[in-house]
Design a protein around this ligand. Structure first.
Ligand code: GDP
Length: 309
C-alpha cells in the first residue's frame, strides 16, 4: 500500500541497512524508534551511537564499512587527545565530533534528545521521523566476571572478552516513552523489528514502560527480521548476550523473546526447517534471504516486508 505508515524499532549497524531500504521505498511515512541504551557520556559529550548511525545512514553520510561515524572522516581530535594522555578507546571522528558537541550544547540549554534528533534530521533534510525511545538516560549495563560496566566499556574498551552473566537496563523501569513513541506503534499499518541485537538494541526499547503493551495492542502487524542465521548472529555480540539471558541463540530464541507481541518472523532461507516450530509458538514464519550486503539487498528485503500491507 502506497503511503502505508511503517514504524521500525532499531538499533545501529544491522538496523540501519533495513531502515535505509525502507526509506528508499517509503520516505515520508516511515518512523524509526531508536535504542538509547548504548548512549554514553564521553569526554563531556553526550554520544548517541544508534541515533547517529540511523541519521547518518538516512543522510547518506554513514561510514558503511564501519557501520558508525561519518564516511571519509579523519581522527585528528582523537590523536591529539591521546597525546594529552586521555583514554581514547571510544573512537570519535572529527566530523562526527561536531554532532556530539552540537547535541551536548543543546542538552545543556534544556532541549530533549527527541528535540535535538528532530533538529538533526531537519539539518540533513531527512523526511522520515527518527525518535529516541525515551528522553531519559537509560543505560544498558553488562555484568561480566562479577563487574558491572557500561555496554560500550564491555564491547569497545574490553573487546567483549569477559564472561557475561547479566544485562541490565539501568533507569529503564522508571523511564517515560518519548513523545510520539507509543502513538507511532499504535497508529502504524506495519511495525517492523529490525534485524538488531535483541538484547542490547531492542531489549532496552522493550524495557521502557508502555512499549511492550503498545506492541501487543496495536492493530498493525508486528514482524521481526532475524538477526541470527542458524545458531550465529550475522555480526556482533548478540549470541553472547542471548546466552547470558538463557535464550537459545537461534531465530526461534529471538521469536520467543518477542513472542508476547510478535505476529511474523522473517527467517533466512537456510533456516526454513524452523518454520513448523515457529508456527508452533504462534508466530508465522516468512522465508527469504535476510542478508543485506548491498543497497539492492536492503531494498529487496524492505519490499518483501511491506508487500501485503
Ligand atoms: P548495534 O547497535 O550496532 O549492535 O546494531 P543492531 O543491533 O542494529 O545490529 C546488530 C545485529 O544485526 C546483529 O545481531 C547482527 O547479527 C544483525 N545483522 C547485521 N547485518 C545483518 C544483515 O545483513 N541481515 C540480518 N538479518 N541481520 C544482520
Amino acid at each position: 500500500m502506497k503511503g502505508a505508515r511503517i514504524t521500525a524499532l532499531a538499533g545501529g549497524t544491522g538496523s540501519v541497512k533495513l531502515v535505509r531500504g525502507l526509506y528508499t521505498i517509503n520516505r515520508s511515512t516511515l518512523t524509526v524508534i531508536v535504542n538509547v541504551g548504548d548512549n554514553v557520556w564521553m569526554h563531556g559529550l553526550y554520544v548517541c551511537p544508534d541515533i547517529d548511525t540511523i541519521v547518518y545512514g538516512l543522510a547518506g553520510i554513514l561510514d558503511q564499512p564501519r557501520g558508525w561515524g561519518v564516511k571519509d572522516d579523519t581522527f585528528n581530535f582523537q590523536k591529539q587527545l591521546a597525546s594529552l594522555g586521555e583514554e581514547t578507546w571510544f573512537q570519535l571522528g572529527d566530523r562526527d565530533l561536531a554532532t556530539h558537541v552540537w547535541r551536548t550544547m543543546r542538552l545543556r540549554k534544556g532541549a530533549t534528545v527527541s528535540e535535538i534528533t528532530k533538529a538533526l534530521c531537519e539539518r540533513f533534510s531527512i523526511e522520515a521521523k527518527v525518535i529516541p525511545v525515551t528522553n531519559e538516560f537509560v543505560e544498558t549495563r553488562v555484568v561480566a566476571d562479577h563487574e558491572e560496566m557500561h555496554l560500550q566499556e564491555f564491547w569497545v574498551k574490553r573487546r567483549g572478552r569477559d564472561t557475561v552473566t547479566r544485562i541490565k537496563y539501568f533507569r529503564a523501569a522508571k523511564a517515560q516513552p518519548a513523545p510520539e513513541v507509543l502513538d507511532a506503534i499504535g497508529s502504524a499499518d506495519l511495525v517492523i523489528i529490525c534485524p538488531a541485537n535483541p538484547i542490547s538494541s531492542i531489549g532496552p526499547i522493550l524495557a521502557v514502560p508502555g512499549v511492550r503493551r503498545a506492541l501487543s495492542r496495536t492493530s498493525a502487524k508486528v514482524l521481526a527480521v532475524s538477526p541470527i542465521i542458524g545458531s550465529n548472529p550475522v555480526s556482533g555480540p548478540a549470541g553472547t548476550f542471548m546466552k547470558a539471558m538463557k535464550i537459545e541463540v537461534s531465530p526461534l530464541g529471538v521469536a520467543l523473546f518477542y513472542r508476547s507481541f510478535l505476529d511474523e518472523m522473517v527467517l533466512h532461507i537456510s533456516d526454513r526447517n524452523l518454520a513448523p516450530r515457529m508456527t508452533g509458538i504462534g508466530v508465522k514464519p516468512k522465508i527469504t534471504d535476510v542478508l543485506m550486503r548491498s543497497a539492492e539487498d536492503e531494498i529487496r528485503l524492505a519490499k518483501f516486508l511491506v508487500t501485503d500491507v
